[in-house]
Design a protein around this ligand. Structure first.
Ligand code: UDP
Length: 236
């Protein structure tokens, strides 16, 4: 298989059909723009299970996504889209960079969900950008930005419900979108690598903050998500 792209936690391969790619989940975890790195045995398998489950749920709820199907332990068949190089962060509670930048108390529930944009650019450390910066840099047009905000809110309502059912608070997370046939399509992954998930009662993290902040056992926590979702697993 021809490698098209290798990212920090995933690889993208060309598939036989030119309209599709194969997305492969690796075991590596990175934080602080690659300054901290570690492999966690089988993390890729777990994230593929969780991300596939979430994308199946979103597809069923009429969100347009790039996800076609899970094809192996570490692989998904996905539609080829033109990725918009903008990270869309959706926040329901204050945490992470929001707390650092604006001194909002960690854990404070936000009045309404907050949508933020970051320019996907490692050399610049993914800077925070506004709608005007997005159009200035020709990353997306006004109409697409409007559509991205609208669908992000829809996705947020669905994901809050999805995680509340299994006793997690969805604090914040990152989405990526692409364009296919002029339509906005949800792409990339949604996994505990790209979300903050806190247990409803204890407020303990079950996400990549365990690795960022050296607290707890990352694989054990990711496996607990699988258990609560009742995803059927072989040998993880
Ligand atoms: N996030 C991500 N990839 C990034 C940056 C952020 O998946 O490159 C996720 C992160 O896991 C968290 C949310 O987006 O769930 C908000 O992250 P934040 O801006 O607070 O930055 P961080 O604290 O991760 O540096």
């Amino acid at each position: 298989m021809k490698l098209v792209l290798e990212g920090k936690a995933k690889k993208i391969f060309q598939s036989e059909n030119k309209s599709y790619y194969i997305q492969y989940f690796k075991d590596s975890a990175t934080a602080f723009n690659n300054k901290k790195k570690r492999d966690f045995n089988k993390k890729g398998i777990i994230n593929n299970l969780i991300s596939s489950d979430i994308f199946i749920y979103l597809n069923k709820n009429n969100i347009r996504t790039h996800f076609v199907k899970k094809i192996s332990e570490r692989e998904q068949l996905i539609k080829k889209v033109d990725i918009i190089p903008v990270e869309v962060v959706v926040r329901n509670y204050a945490a992470g960079s929001l707390v650092k930048r604006l001194a909002i108390k960690k854990g404070k529930k936000l009045k309404t969900p907050l949508i933020e944009f970051y320019f996907k650019c490692d050399e610049l450390d993914d800077p925070f950008i506004s709608d005007d910066h997005i159009t200035l840099l020709n990353l997306a047009n006004r109409d697409d930005i409007k559509k991205i905000k609208k669908v992000s809110i829809k996705i947020n309502n669905l994901l809050i419900k999805y995680f509340r059912k299994i006793n997690f608070i969805l604090v914040d997370y990152k989405l990526e979108f692409g364009i296919l046939n002029k339509k906005i399509i949800l792409a990339d992954e949604i996994s505990p690598d790209s979300c903050r998930l806190w247990d409803i009662k204890t407020k303990i993290s079950f996400d990549k903050d365990i690795f960022r902040e050296n607290k707890g056992n990352l694989l054990k926590s990711y496996n607990e998500i699988i258990k609560r979702l009742k995803i059927e697993v072989k040998n993880v």
